[in-house]
Every structure is written in C-alpha cells, then in structure tokens.
Design a protein around this ligand. Sequence first.
Ligand code: GLN
Length: 473
Amino acid sequence: RDGKMSARELVQDRLTHIQQSDLNAFIDVNPDLSLAQADAADALLQSGQATALTGIPIAHKDVFVTQGWRTTAGSKMLENYLSPFDATVVSRLQQAGTISLGKLNCDEFAMGSDSTTSYFGAIKNPWDPTRTPGGSSGGSAAAVAAGLVMAATGSDTGGSIRQPAAHCGITGIKPTYGTISRFGMIAYASSMDQAGPLARSARDALALLEAMVGFDANDPTSLSDCSGQPNTGARVREQFTQHQTHYEQQGEQPLKGLRIGVPDEFFNGNIDTDSAAAIEAALQLYESLGATRVAISLPLTQKAIPAYYVITPAEASSNLSRFDGVRFGHRAAEYTDLQSMISNSRAEGFGPEVIRRILTGTYVLCEGYYDAYYLQAQRVRRLIAQSFLSAFEQCDVIMGPVAPRPAPRLDHQESDPTADWRNDVYTLCVNLAGLPAMSIPCGFSQNQLPIGLQLIGNYFSEGQLLAIADRFQ
Ligand code: GLN
C-alpha cells in the first residue's frame, strides 16, 4: 500500500478479476458488503489508525460460517445456507482490518485432496488449468496463487492447507491444534480440524496467523495456554522475532545450530524424482545457511493412513448427523414418512465421497467393530504422537515432502477411491499428533509445476517455523 490506491479501488479491481477468472475458485461474492468494508478501511487509513492488515483483501474457505455470504461447505446439502453468526476466525480477521471478498470453493465438507468433490464443480490450478490446485482448500490456494486475493483462510484436517499450498506454489501453515478457534468452522473431524492461513510468503502468513490465533471460550478445545505462555497472536509474533534476531546475529551462518530432522520413511520410493530433487536442493540450501541434517526415523508413518482413515470418518459420521433436512440442510421434495424424508434428503444432499466417509465411520463405530478399528486406531495415534516427540529429542525441525508428486491432472482417474487417500501420508501423520506444520514453495518439476517443502515443528513452534521459512524466501 503506497497510498496511491484506496482500499475501495483495490477491492473493486480484485472483484473484477474474480468475475473474469475461470478457475472456479469462488462460490459466493457480495460486492456491496466488501465495498462497505473497504470504505471503513479507507476511513481508518485516512485517520492514521490503520494497522498492518487494514484494507487487505482476503477470502474465506467455505467451511467458515459468515453472515453476509452463503456458507455451503462445497455441498448441495448447504446450497443456500445463511449463517446467523460469523465464525471466530472470520470476525477476528475482520477486526484486524482485512476485507473479505467472499467464499472459496473447496472439497465437499473438506473431504478430498483434489478439489473435485465440490458440488459447485472442480477448481483449476492457475499454473496449469488442466490440473487440480490440490485440496481440500483448493479455492483458497488457487485464489492466492492467481492474485485474486492477497491471502486466504483454509482448514487442515489431514493436509488441506499444506498440500494445495504446495500444488499452487504458495505458503500455508497449520498451527498447533487448539491455537485457533474452531467455533463456526463446519466440522469434519473435530479432533484434527485446524484453521490456518494460505499466503504468498511466510511473513504474510504470519500477519494473518497473528490475527487468527487466540483463546475462544466458544470452542471447548481452544487453548488458553501454550506451555506456560498465553495463547495469543503476540506470542507467535514474538517467537518469530526472537528467532529472526538470533539468526541475524549469527551473520554468514544464520542457521548455525539448527538441527533438521529428515525422516527416512518420507523418501521411500513413493515420491517422484522431481519432488525428491527439489527437496534435496532445499535441504542443501538450508545446510549452506549453517543448519545440520540429522537422519531420523518415524517408523509408524505408513500406519498413519489407516489410523487417520478410521478416526476421521468416525468423527465425520457423527458431525454430519446434524444434516438431516430438519435442523439443517437440503430437504428432499419427495418422501412418505419421517424416515424417508431424512434418508432421501441425505442421499440427495451428500456427494459420493461424503457418503463413503459416513458409511466407513458408521461401520468402525459399530458395536463389535469399535474395539478392533476405532480404539486400535486411537492407540496407533498415540504411538505416532510419541514417535514425533522422540524425534524432536534429536532435531529442532523436521523437513520433507508435502505430497509425493506435483499436482495431478483434473481428469486423472483412480480405479480405487482409497488410492488418493494414500497420497496424504506425509501430511496427515502431523494432524494425528496435533503438531504445527507448513508448506513453502521450493522449486519446480520439469514440466513447470510447483513443488512444496514441508516443515514440521514441535508443539507451539509456529513462530520458529515461519522464521525458518522466511530464510528460504
Ligand atoms: N485429503 C484428506 C481427507 O480427505 C485431508 C482433508 C483435509 O485436511 N481437510 O481427509
């Protein structure tokens, strides 16, 4: 912002781009409301009361409920749903001065990795429109990468911020579970769902994260305390600054003393050569800045997939039971009694991937199967969290791939619907443990598709992660 363009002009300009864009990144816009927010921002800018985010155009993944825009979660079930309140993330970002340009398309109820399960159609990758932007926060990543907005919100249950950020060549961070309120974020798997920003750089992501983080009494899993420090955005900013200052003091070798753990299991032949090469080059760059590489082992990595795909459908089947055509959601036109009204409404309202998850979840929670599947998955989850903690005795940050390969083509067809599930292996293990992690762009494949590097930190280390990311950018 150099003062040459008012917030109103900026918003008008971006809204025109959104209208002309054929990426299918947006589900709903409300120009009058965005322009009213812009006028309020201009008043602050003129009175000298503006802060860093005043007048910055952003947009929200359509799983955050909003008063002025429809909230659909990418589903026919909520096609015309208008929320009576704003999600905490939405109101916090608005209070910080950002302007919302609308709601971003995503996989239905955030279930998916390709942004193809949305009722509102597939989203295109701005680097190559024949390819997926990743998912489920595909609209968020595509809109930021195409410059339609400066930053966006997303949600990450098993990689949905990090993987689309990687496929679109931008930066995304999922903070420690519990640091950002889930109030008003439509639930997929509550014990793993976590909001976070997607942006063009680590510093931009920090600016949003600072506004989003904080205790919220409306969310029972919201943290008031992070290892003895209050759960506030200021804590994240302070940690970032402390690390920056420390790195600057070390001169030519800013990252001297930083131990980067590289898990063997993340490079096990599943990853393609271009991605492995880009990640190797990034690791070498970090070494040239003074960091040292430590080989670590996360032996349960492959077990994370079945554990995740037992626990998340179980939670989803419970969370989505509220969409019955009575309290919430689409109601079928034809039915004979209450039972058929509910079942017809759900059969019409939910898409095939959501139905697959509900059925899986109901099955693993059945009496008789519960111990064998659900409880067993919870035990694996605990062991995975422990193996991360032992790894952090040997290193300060873990680095590796976000996804095994760059963005696939939109028309790619997997004969087995669970094949896509397996590609989430590097990201979903992090959600099982509740750790913070981010994705930063680290290079391109031979066919010019962006590749992401994943940084995983110990609990409450998001400021440090962002400072390490900032050294690369
Ligand atoms: N692709 C994963 C899934 O479908 C992750 C989704 C997410 O993080 N919301 O569950």
